[in-house]
Design a protein around this ligand. Sequence first.
Ligand code: GDP
Length: 329
Amino acid sequence: MDIAGMAERIAGGERRALARAITLVESGRADHRAQATELLATLDTGRQALRIGLSGTPGVGKSTFIESFGKMLTAQGKRVAVLAVDPSSARSGGSILGDKTRMDELARDPNAFIRPSPSQTHLGGVARRTREAVALCEAAGYDVVLIETVGVGQSETVVAQMSDLFLLLLAPAGGDELQGVKRGIMEMADLIVINKADGDLKATAVRTQADYAGALRLLRKRAQDPDGYPKAMTVSALEDRGLPEVWTALEELAEWRRETGHWDATRAAQARYWFEEAVKAALLAELETPDAQARLKALSQAVAAGDAEPTVAARDFVQQLRGETPQAG
Ligand code: GDP
């Protein structure tokens, strides 16, 4: 594979090259991993997009919101990429983003790039590959990268680790359902957006917004927030209302964080996190080689048979892995 050529086409903004590169980073094959790493080493990492994490339960209107919001941004001349983080097992009936009817207008927009959810089932692997896909989108010169996740628990934390801003999308609901949003997820949000503020649902949406605004005020103040944030707002993704206000709020927050240094501090902490994750993944990958697997199997049989002590066998295994001669006994 011509990695240098691929890097050049990605930097030139070619969507097909970007799509192929993301397929490469999503692959679990060892030779593909090596090529993906080489590609990441070749690309210009100086470009920065605004990375926006977006979470919400199925049906709350994520794809409708992304379609309207994305189209608003591309109409302003911005280039927008949309990625999804969930393993397909977390979604009923496979990948929701794979559904061709989702965001079809945005998908046809030449200034937009939409990538369906990767199909691995292990969240850790999906997380790392999505993070790499974000890096590829930045290198391709996208101004905004939207990282979508279904609100099913752990995936929000993963998205927050690769986003500059985190947006929680909610539906209008009665007071009882307020408690349904886990405190930990609320604490991650920079913006809580109540969707479907239209028609019969409008009054409920406004009440829900007030409830969440109140709940947000009760949370511990975070250092990375100016006065008035995190904020709760209402929108109608279907009727295209409230979306410019969401963008203004996100930009205002981003600007404040840039000026106060919180932006760089967060990105630095995230880079450290992904480095440590990559180190762990690389070490685990060494266990997957046929040679390592054979020795693991032999030692685990010896341990099971009582012929070797577990701790001692593990030490011997690690020493062999490092190419050191195991000590006798
Ligand atoms: P997702 O599962 O979170 O991606 O949700 P969808 O975007 O597929 O929307 C789920 C349903 O809610 C669809 O029937 C949408 O038409 C509807 N919906 C989405 N946004 C709005 C909105 O702003 N107002 C109303 N009334 N319905 C909406």
